[in-house]
Design a protein around this ligand. Sequence first.
Ligand code: GLN
Length: 249
Amino acid sequence: MAESKPIHVLQLYPRDMNIYGDFGNALVLQRRLQWRGYEPILHSYDPEDEFPEQVDIIIGGGGQDSGQDKIQQDLLRIGDKLHALAEDGTPMLMICGLYQLFGHSFRTREGREIKGVGLLDLRTEGTDTRLIGNVVAESKEFGEILGYENHSGQTYLGPEVQPLARVTKGEGNNARDSHEGARWKNIVGSYLHGSLLPKNPAIADFLIAQAVQNRYAETIQPQIDAAGSAQPIEELTRKARTTATRRPR
Ligand code: GLN
C-alpha cells in the first residue's frame, strides 16, 4: 500500500465565521488533496479549543459583525502562533470577516473598534452601504477570479501587502480603488464567498502546492488526473467557472 501523506487543513472559527458557502473551501481542499494522492485531515478551531499541533493550511470565512466580536479575543490569543506560522510560509486563505480581522483593525458602523491580529497590513471601516453581488477580478498570479461579495466593511491596503486582484465587475475591498483582496507571504485574503475555491481552483492549488512543498518538499502537477473519474475533473471545474461567469448581478 502506498505510504499515506497527511496534510492538515485547519478551519478557523467555523461556528461563527462561515457564511455564503465558505465551508466549500474546506471541501475543495479535501478533494483536491485526495485526487493528488495526499490524505487531508480537516480540523476545526473555535474559541478556547486546543490549537492543533500540526497545521499545513489555514482557512477562515466570513461572518456578521457580531460573530467577529465573539471570536476577536481568541484570535488575538492565538495571534503569535499565526504570526509564526505565516513567517514559516504556511499557506492561509482568509475570506471577508476573517480577512478583515487579519488586518490591523475594523471600525464598525457604530464606531466600535475591533482590533485585528495584524498579519495583513490593512484596515477596515464599516459603512452604511453594503457591497453585494457577483465579482470578477483579474489577478496576475491566479488569472480571472470569480466570486460573490456581501459586506459593509470597506478595506484599505497599506504598503506591506499587494492587492490580490483588480476588479472588473463588482467592488472588492472598497467602493473607491478597484482592488480586491490582499497578498502577503503565502496568505491570500479576499472578500469573495461563493465559495471561492470551487470556482477558482488555481487558488486552491496554490495553497496545496505551498503545503506539500513545506511538508514533503514535493511539487504538484498542474492538472489533476484522477483515475476512474467519469468526466475529467478539470473539465468539470471549467464548467463550474463558466456557469459562475454567466450569473447575473
Ligand atoms: N461583517 C463584515 C461586513 O459586513 C463581514 C461580512 C462578511 O463576512 N460577509 O463587512
